[in-house]
Design a protein around this ligand. Structure first.
Ligand code: ZN
Ligand code: ZN
Length: 490
């Protein structure tokens, strides 16, 4: 790494420091130099990439308690006076009913206002009835937080709220709501801080970006001028890769009882959408071939399952897919937008479907990321759902097994079923609009709009869990466990 570049960053940091805090000047620490080297590395990576994205997230973490805790600073709202302190104030007041507020304040300096006395009394009355329940909630949230930290899962305010909400439902503490103040106090009491993480994702496209943009614009122009198809006859099909973890026997282990290890496996899903906002009923999942194949797969009728060496869609898979998944959606004539698949001869053999006249429009090489409706919006939403679902299952220790092929099939089936709801038609039309096709933009809708807020309860039976999803079809609120285990679909 060029010394000059690192020094430049250090110089910038020094300037910022001295302008920010009254001209402090000191030697550069080893940590700062390492940081500057890292920054230079990131800038180089961005400069060499064709596209990059920043993802900023806030997450909670445990901080060291300060040595001299000033309780007046840390606890500044009623909820954060601890029970014993409040009890002592009120007991003192009851023993000394005639003595004025100033004297009380000398005894209890944190009581800065006489209105606190009434609030403290009300609080004690509430607590007399429900103290155990409040404590149970705090303890439950704390243990969930600790377990998540131990497992290195990121935790957010929303998670604390959800855990508190769930426990309150379980202990039947009516009217309890983990509001922002509750969360802030919980964090202060337990020395939990907030840190920002920034992830930089760079994309390296071998094709020149500017050139690809020109090709994409030409494609769109040609398509507009020459297309004679109705929106319901124009389709886009594409694959995206996902990964899942499986647990397998570790044969290299020396342990006589045997041991297990986790391995990352790849699979791809191939979806079809049309320009009218419909996600087609049939789709394909291609698993990565491996020696320990699971045989007893449970396959819903609308999914075609196959496998390939690398878990990507290959020509054989595509040929079967065209007959099994694509063909049933097509009227006699249709137009399919797809990325190039091998030579003209291969393409002809894949897409020559009996009784169907299919016009293939090949997207210019390298343009999928900007020109393919599925890539610009739908796959991202699909993966966001998987991520949120997996996070919820891990964080809330939901007893669901998600590391085998059947659960991957099931989860993708459920997401597909949600996205087929009429509610999501605008999302699919917007994907076409975002890719540059002549489709009127609809009001924004995303997968987030069916994921529930932390203070919403599951409506299945007498379940105490917080809801995960507000089903796009029936609008019921359903927790992650019931959504998955009851195979909630329409
Ligand atoms: Zn439903
Ligand atoms: Zn439930």
């Amino acid at each position: 790494m060029e010394q000059l570049e690192v020094d430049t960053i250090l110089e910038v940091m020094k300037t910022m420091r001295s302008s920010g805090s009254g001209g402090e000047s000191r030697e550069v620490s080893v940590k700062e130099r390492k940081f500057a080297e890292h920054i230079v590395g990131v800038i180089k990576r961005i400069a060499a990439s064709s596209k990059h994205e920043w993802i900023e997230e806030e997450e909670l973490y445990s901080v060291e308690p300060p040595e001299n805790i000033d309780l007046n600073v840390i606890y500044d709202a009623l909820e954060s006076f601890d029970y014993d302190y409040i009890r002592n104030v009120i007991d003192w007041k009851e023993r000394n009913p005639k003595i004025n507020f100033k004297t009380l304040q000398k005894q209890f300096p944190r009581v800065t206002n006489s209105s606190y006395i009434a609030k403290f009394r009300a609080y004690l009355e509430r607590m007399a009835l429900n103290r155990e329940k409040y404590t149970a909630i705090s303890e439950f949230v704390w243990s969930r937080y600790r377990e998540a930290q131990d497992s290195k899962y990121p935790v957010h305010d929303e998670d604390l709220k959800r855990w508190a909400f769930e426990k309150a439902r379980e202990v039947e503490l009516d009217g309890f709501k983990a509001c922002d103040v509750w969360v802030e106090n919980f964090k202060k009491r337990n020395f939990i801080g907030v840190r920002k993480t920034t992830e930089v994702i760079t994309y390296n496209n071998e094709h020149d970006t500017a050139e690809t943009e020109v090709l994409a614009a030409e494609f769109l122009m040609n398509f507009k001028l020459n297309s004679r198809f109705e929106p319901s006859e124009i389709f886009n099909a594409a694959q995206t890769s996902c990964a899942y973890e499986i647990t397998i026997e570790d044969e290299t282990s020396d342990d006589p009882i045997g041991s297990q290890k986790t391995e990352l496996r790849t699979y791809s899903i191939q979806l079809i959408i049309n320009m009218d906002g419909e996600l087609c009923n049939n789709f394909m999942i291609v698993f990565q071939q491996c020696s320990d194949e699971q045989e007893d797969l449970i396959i819903p009728p609308n999914i075609y399952i196959t496998s390939s060496d690398n878990g990507k869609v290959d020509k054989d898979a595509l040929k079967n897919w065209a007959t099994i998944c694509l063909s049933p959606n097509l009227e006699r004539e249709a137009c399919l937008l797809i990325s190039p698949v091998g030579t003209q001869r291969v393409q002809n053999s894949i897409f020559s479907l009996p009784d169907k006249k299919l016009t293939i429009k090949l997207l210019p090489t390298g343009s999928a990321a900007i020109l393919q409706p599925l890539s610009v919006l739908i796959f991202k939403q699909w993966k966001l759902f998987i991520k949120k679902f997996m996070q919820r299952v891990s964080l809330d220790q939901i007893p669901l097994k998600l590391n085998d092929k059947n659960s991957i099939i099931k989860l993708n089936f459920l997401i597909h079923n949600q996205l087929r709801a009429p509610l999501f038609k605008p999302l699919i039309r917007n994907a076409w609009a975002k890719a540059g096709f002549e489709v009127e933009k609809e009001p924004d809708i995303s997968i987030d709009s069916i994921l529930d807020k932390p203070d919403c309860g599951c409506q299945m039976g007498d379940c105490h869990s917080a809801s995960f999803i507000n089903c796009a079809h029936c609008r019921h609120h359903i927790c992650a466990f019931h959504f998955f285990s009851t195979f909630h679909h329409h």
